[in-house]
Write a protein of this length. Structure first.
Length: 533
């Protein structure tokens, strides 16, 4: 799934002409010169005449202002030359294009381990990452605006290296980086192909997590981190960002004196609120969704007036922005964001009112983040909570599944989803939810094990006694005989001892807030249970 990130600065130019005529034209020109220097340094192309029968793709400049990572430069002007990859033809200009990126859950697991074991956490950025990988196809491109070579204006760039915008560039870069890390004797995780680790002589580990050209490095040893930085610098052109402060729009705040790490999206969410008109006069609310919202596809007759009104509403952009917050740091809005996203093809006023309600809640909790704290007992382990809400979907009467897993006291993985089949009983709905949680628990157990955290079993807590019995025993009666045998794989997992399913009181089940509307008091209690503060 792709998440909309529509937050942009109004004064950033969109074309070369706008850039050079901009009040900051000198700075944009300098940024373009720096980009061209990198391109020439890496010998990204050679100028040739276009061979007969070949077609060239275009290119364009993309501009951005980025926050500086040091106090010296608050704003960085960045210009990137991007190939118009949409003009590429499959099997002619490219073949395979898939490239993995590190999962958000893996990043949160790393932050939990950093907190629990007091690890050093550094961040690096690869300058012009895609330029470090070779191309396997023969591709020609027009010369960039403002930098056409005198006397050769009608010549073309024959690409020898990957370039941003090409469909295969991310894949080529990943293959190049993966080859390098294996050459340094690092092991790639089987559970997340952008997680690399190396066991050191003293028994500790050093980890590297890669998201395209951003990377996090963590280890107990500062010496090993510096050694890895040196190795990377010898192979690629790197930018050392020092101690990790921000990754993928998420702010990392660390209080080493009290063994705490917090992950939030304060700046991102402030921009979201500003873009969608949530100002100081907007009244905040206490929960992401109120009980009076009954969202369905048939909220009211769709009149021409309403259709005209909804055409002016930035519904998709708002939902997309909320989706990114949900994926990164806001598990408690999973339910309502998932619901409003179902109606993006034909939203009604009632759906838009629900989206604005979420934004009003975000306004009240813009400073809230995930908190990881060092623990001596249970915090060292991955713990899961799962819940279901029977037939809560008003359109197809399907039940919902919600789960959340914690490590070092904070959430590392969560999900809210509609169940794929209609459950005929609350027992089946709860049981299907348990199955989804168990599948995630198996993956999490594999990830933390490769990172050196050995856990005999993961405790998964469910507030349905009947679902717990059904998962543990060969129960057979009229209410469960219709359940497909494929769902019973969970019994084998429990018998093997990898997952321990236990009953918990509904009042102590933090996943309860992810499947249904709860009172403000209960909602706050659920947040406190998993250290969302």
């Amino acid at each position: 799934m792709a998440y909309a990130l529509p937050i942009a600065d109004d004064d950033v130019p969109s074309t070369y002409t706008e850039a050079i005529s901009n009040p900051d034209g000198v700075k944009w020109k300098q940024a373009m010169n720096e980009e061209m220097q990198s391109l020439h340094k890496n010998r990204t192309w050679e100028l040739v005449t276009l061979p007969k029968g070949k077609k060239a793709i275009g290119c364009k400049w993309v501009y951005a202002k980025k926050e500086g990572f040091t106090g010296k430069n608050k704003i960085r002007y960045k210009a990137r030359l991007v190939a118009k990859g949409y003009a590429q033809k499959e099997r002619i200009d490219y073949n395979e294009v898939f490239s993995p990126v590190v999962k958000h859950s893996s990043i949160r697991i790393l932050l939990a381990l950093v907190t629990q074991y007091d690890l050093e956490l550094a961040q690096l950025d690869v300058k012009t990452a895609f330029l470090h990988s070779d191309l396997e196809e023969e591709i020609y491109m027009t010369q960039p605006d403002g930098f056409k070579v005198a006397g050769k204006e009608n010549w073309f760039c024959k690409l020898t290296k990957s370039l941003y915008g090409l469909k295969q560039s991310p894949r080529q870069w990943y293959k190049r980086f993966d080859q390098f890390m294996k050459g340094q004797r690092y092991t790639r995780s089987k559970f997340d192909h952008c997680v690399y680790f190396l066991k050191l002589q003293e028994g500790t580990f050093i980890y590297l997590f890669l998201y395209v050209d951003d990377m996090l490095i963590a280890s107990k040893s500062k010496v090993e981190i510096e050694r890895l930085k040196t190795q990377l610098n010898l192979e690629f052109e790197m930018k050392d960002l020092g101690e990790a402060k921000k990754i993928l729009g998420m702010e990392i705040w660390r209080d080493r004196a009290h063994d705490r790490v917090s992950l939030s999206q304060k700046q991102y969410l402030k921009k979201v609120l500003q873009q969608f008109g949530m100002n100081e006069h907007t009244k905040p609310v206490s929960t992401p969704l109120a009980s009076h919202f009954k969202l369905s596809a048939q909220l009211s007759p769709s009149t021409s007036t309403e259709q005209e009104y909804m055409l002016q509403v930035p519904y998709s952009n708002a939902v997309g922005s909320l989706m990114y917050a949900m994926v990164c740091t806001r598990p408690y809005i999973s339910q309502i964001v998932s619901i409003v996203s179902r109606y993006m093809h034909n939203p009604r006023k009632g759906h838009w009112q629900a989206v604005k309600w979420i934004l009003r809640y975000i306004k009240k909790t813009v400073d809230v983040g995930l908190l990881f704290k060092q623990h001596n007992t249970l915090g060292k382990c991955v713990i899961g909570y799962v819940d279901s809400d029977y037939a809560s979907d008003l359109d197809k009467r399907r039940s919902t599944t919600g789960y959340v897993f914690t490590l070092a006291g904070g959430p590392i993985s969560w999900k809210f989803t509609l169940q794929s089949t209609v459950a005929l009983s609350t027992t089946k709905a709860e049981y299907i939810a348990v199955i989804e949680a168990v599948k995630e628990a198996i993956w999490l157990q594999g990830v933390v094990k490769t990172l050196g955290l050995v856990q005999e079993h993961i405790n998964v807590y469910c507030d349905s006694q009947s679902a717990v019995h059904l998962a543990k025993n060969q129960v057979y009666h009229a209410r469960t005989k219709h359940i497909n045998v494929r769902f019973y794989f969970v019994r084998e997992i429990i018998d093997e001892g990898k997952i321990c399913l236990q009953k918990i009181k509904t009042a102590d089940n933090s996943a309860d807030m992810m499947t249904k509307v709860v009172t403000a008091t209960k909602f706050e209690h659920c947040l406190n249970l998993i250290n969302i503060l």
